[in-house]
Design a protein around this ligand. Sequence first.
Ligand SMILES: [Fe+2]
Ligand SMILES: [Fe+2]
Length: 148
Amino acid sequence: MKQVVALLVGSGRFELAYMQWRSSLEVGHDQIDREHRSLVEALNRLHAAMKMGKGKEEIGQILVFLKDYTESHFKTEEAMMLKHGYPAAPGHLAAHADLVQQVSALVTDYHAGKALLTGAVFDFLEGWLVKHIMSEDKALGDFMKSKA
Ligand SMILES: [Fe+2]
Ligand SMILES: [Fe+2]
């Protein structure tokens, strides 16, 4: 069943979250799935803050949280790959490194006033997350299940 998440925005209004979590995104590993849900929540918080017209400082803080959480989540997956000798680790790590670089550049540019959080930025982040979860992370989830 599709879960509909509403976020409380300014003046008591409820608005649909930017990105809905869906069971098709589950990779079947508890910790990975939990962290993916937190990433989706962080993306939704960022989107809600932008829509509410929050200030640069508050939005900047959520953006940094999203970046830090992404990095710590990638470390979780990378530690699993190393521990279990995951054969597809090189490609997976390269995908992580690419996103970390792009998000870091976004944070730097945002703080320097050189980047705006536009719809295209959110579409990119959501698109990357969905594509990565559905391919590399699902493959890792299957591998971890085979090790359980
Ligand atoms: Fe991953
Ligand atoms: Fe992941």
